[in-house]
Design a protein around this ligand. Structure first.
Ligand SMILES: CC(C)(COP(=O)(O)OP(=O)(O)OC[C@H]1O[C@@H](n2cnc3c(N)ncnc32)[C@H](O)[C@@H]1OP(=O)(O)O)[C@@H](O)C(=O)NCCC(=O)NCCS
Length: 210
């Protein structure tokens, strides 16, 4: 295949992002017990591609990402702990993974503890990760693949400006039914224009960046 104009810059040596209410830092082994409080909850996992997880399940699934800033490579990906700045409590985690190095595209994943929902914290965390994906990792396109019935996730994607580009009807058998998949995406240029608009006081058409 011909090479494309996209080149992945070198991965940063460290990654720590701060928002008004949150700190996003690389996940570490010591976070795993706290992650079972939400990743072990069947309701949280209803639309996630795994059953409720024990600490060992979490280690098995994302243990190879702990402490890593590298997106490329066969098992590359970046897993971040979402920590409330006020009390240092872990309220969720994010992942940036599945790099397509030809198109400069990677996928986002997000999950928060049910007790932390409804305050825009996931929006704040995902906004920071999108910023890093474009400005630190130099990507040109981000996607999130969402179960059609996952209204909270679809709303989150819309809030951060991710466009619904495809709605695949009954695309896969998932949790006892033929599930729709909604593919959402945003380009780096669109993100920058959106940020510039927000800074200038122009309300973006969907979502909030405050
Ligand atoms: C998807 C998920 C992270 C969304 O969580 P969430 O709490 O709905 O999202 P936010 O933290 O951004 O909060 C948004 C809510 O806070 C409100 N809010 C308050 N202040 C806000 C602010 N400053 N900015 C944005 N929203 C704000 C919003 O109006 C919204 O309320 P609503 O749900 O009544 O419409 C969560 O439902 C989850 O973890 N689900 C399980 C895992 C999962 O399915 N992951 C996705 C796989 S694709």
């Amino acid at each position: 295949m011909a090479t494309t104009p996209f080149t992945l810059p070198p991965a940063p040596s460290a990654l720590r992002l701060e928002t008004p209410r949150l700190v996003l830092r690389l996940l570490e082994e010591a976070d795993i017990p706290a992650m079972t409080a939400y990743r072990g909850d069947p309701e949280v996992c209803r639309f996630l591609p795994f059953d409720p997880q024990s600490a060992d399940d979490i280690r098995g699934r994302i243990g190879h990402l702990l402490g890593s800033t590298a997106l490329d490579g066969e098992r590359g990906g970046v897993a971040l702990a979402v920590v409330r700045a006020a009390d240092d409590v872990l309220i969720g985690d994010l992942v940036l993974f599945h790099l397509d190095a030809d198109s400069g595209t990677a996928e986002l994943g997000w999950v928060t503890h049910p007790a932390a929902r409804g305050h825009g914290l996931a929006t704040e965390a995902v906004t920071a990760l999108i910023d890093a994906a474009f400005e630190v990792y130099g990507l040109r396109r981000l996607v999130a693949r969402i179960d059609g019935d996952n209204t909270a996730s679809r709303a989150l994607a819309a809030r951060v400006g991710m466009r619904e580009e495809a709605h695949l009807i009954q695309a896969s058998w998932f949790n006892g039914r033929w599930a729709d998949e909604v593919d959402t995406a945003i380009l780096a240029d669109e993100w920058r224009a959106r940020r510039a608009g927000a800074t200038a006081g122009v309300r973006p058409p969907a979502g909030r960046l405050d």
